[in-house]
Design a protein. Structure first.
Length: 530
């Protein structure tokens, strides 16, 4: 088909452009523009297009290999390692207690998640100038942890540009046909705008807007300005944020009985109660409660979207009934449930961010070099990880209309730079937050064997505009004496209730959430997943 040929040619064009080093340039802020993505994405070596029949083409692409293994495979191997015998460095029959202290696990998780964002944000800044990847997930992100050491973090890469779209064509008005001089992805009807192109990628990493597009079509999405902007501009941002959260959560394992209880709980408050009872007297009792809440909120989100992903994949592979699938999702309120999950997830990220601020303030007041027990770890507090996550992870309510490169630059303002001195990274001072925690050398060896739109110059002010949902007085460490987990969980439960009330006041249920989601008017409004 002509559309398949054009899409293959666009992928070829994109890899060729990203593999080249663009002319040197400097931004208005004086920062060097990203010069190259070589080593982070495949580079095109050669391509060939041959007509082999009527409307039949064979396209061959030869590209360089990005080192590493898929991140989801790395995490799965890590999980198996943690569950293996004590002799092999795992946890044995206890299944959990043989793991390193929680503080070390948290430092490691934050370190790996920080490096993911710090290394790939400059790459996405470069990509977003010309395209949207649209299939960012833990399978298409590679991790090379073979040479991890104190000063050498894991290296990440990005692959599979088969669903990428031209960013200029993607955001055009419906029916637009602006002539372009380069290849561009098109749909079966020849359209190259977001209205008719397929909803692509792994649904576990979709923002709320992608669910509306998939279930109801572009007209419903176009009726809500915030969701429409989210779908056009934030697909890659949100997906990278969800991937970083997945990495953070999977490196903080919970006992199986806690996971099963959390997944079965009807309400978040019930899940917190289950965790509190099950973990009583455990090491989590000395951990900041915000960390446990974030872990539980993530688990509830992931356990909701994973079955949906499985069903979408089965429908695609068996040529199943897409209309039946969409109606089931609509009738079960998938859109509303995912909206609530994402809002609670952002609220939990913000709570963790505020806890970092309190930990830093308390450590300074006590004259401590590192945060005390029960506070957020040093890597989390000094890496800007949670600040970056609040920019990346979207909940369908942002009125931000900045273009892709601008938002990626905002991420780079708040995230501490990576240890990697690569031409894709902005020239900033190396932070101690980027150093590998000492205990990770042995751990890695075992594994190898087995927003609103603002125009402020100050990054902190930008984050304050993008991130809020904290109560007055939350940041005052004098009002928060050390408490055990049970008392802090009760306090956080009341905050969850407060957040629910605030969501109701804000009217989100947005326009798309309040109106019944209808069937598409025609087959072109939503297309099947590729």
């Amino acid at each position: 088909m002509h559309s398949d040929l054009m899409n293959a040619l666009f992928e070829s064009h994109l890899l060729r452009v990203l593999g080249n080093r663009p002319p040197h340039s400097v931004s208005e802020e004086g920062r060097e523009a990203p010069q190259s993505c070589i080593g982070f994405v495949p580079s095109l070596v050669a391509s060939e297009s041959v007509c082999v029949g009527v409307d039949t083409w064979r396209v061959r692409l030869v590209m360089t290999r990005v080192p590493g293994e898929p991140l989801d495979l790395f995490l799965e191997n890590r999980r198996k390692c943690c569950e293996s015998s004590a002799e092999g460095g795992g946890t044995g029959a206890l299944g959990w207690c043989g793991l390193p202290p929680l503080a070390q696990q948290f430092d490691e998780a934050c370190f790996f998640a920080h490096e993911l964002i710090a290394q790939l944000a400059p790459v996405f800044e470069r990509i977003s100038e010309i395209a949207l990847h649209r299939d960012v997930n833990s399978h298409n992100i590679l991790i090379d942890s073979a040479n991890v050491s104190l000063n050498t973090p894991p290296k990440y890469g990005l692959v599979d540009f088969g669903l990428a779209v031209d960013s200029a064509c993607w955001c055009e008005d419906e029916g637009a046909s602006t002539p372009i001089t380069r290849p561009s992805r098109i749909g079966q009807d020849g359209s190259s705008t977001w209205h008719y192109l397929d909803v692509g990628g792994d649904c576990r990493y979709w923002p709320l807007a992608a669910w509306v597009q998939f279930l109801a079509g572009w007209r419903e999405l176009d009726a809500c300005q915030t969701l429409c902007a989210e779908y056009q501009l934030r697909l890659d941002l949100h997906a990278l944020g969800i991937t970083a959260l997945q990495l953070l959560a999977d490196l903080l394992p919970l006992p199986p009985e806690v996971l099963s209880g959390v997944r079965s709980a009807e309400q978040l408050e019930d899940a917190l109660d289950i965790a509190k009872r099950t973990l009583g007297g455990n090491v989590w009792d000395d951990a900041p409660p915000e960390l446990l809440v974030l872990r539980i909120v993530w688990e509830r989100y992931w356990s909701r979207v994973s079955p949906l992903h499985g069903r979408l994949i089965r429908t695609f592979h068996t040529n199943g009934d897409w209309d039946r699938l969409k109606m089931d999702c609509i009738e079960s309120g998938v859109h509303d449930k995912i909206a609530e999950d994402l809002r609670l997830l952002r609220a939990a990220i913000n709570e963790a961010r505020e806890a970092c601020k309190r930990s830093q303030a308390q450590s300074q007041a006590d004259g401590q070099a590192v945060p005390s027990a029960g506070s957020m770890g040093k890597v989390a507090c000094s890496s800007g990880l949670f600040d970056a996550l609040l920019i990346l992870v979207s909940d369908g309510r942002s009125t931000d209309t900045m273009s892709g490169p601008e938002v990626w630059r905002m991420v780079l303002k708040v995230i501490a730079p990576s240890v990697l001195d690569d031409s894709c990274s902005p020239p900033q001072q190396t932070s101690s937050a980027s150093r590998m925690p000492a205990h990770l050398i042995a751990t890695t060896a075992n594994l190898d064997a087995g927003g609103v739109h603002v125009a402020l110059g100050d990054a902190e002010a930008e984050l304050a505009a993008v991130a809020p949902l904290a109560q007055d007085g939350d940041c005052n460490p004098d009002q928060l004496p050390p408490e055990r987990l049970s008392r802090r969980l009760n306090d956080l439960k009341s905050k969850v209730a407060w957040l629910s009330q605030e969501m109701a006041k804000l009217g989100e249920k947005s326009e798309a959430g309040r109106r019944p989601v209808r069937e598409p008017e025609n087959a072109n409004e939503t297309e099947e997943l590729p």
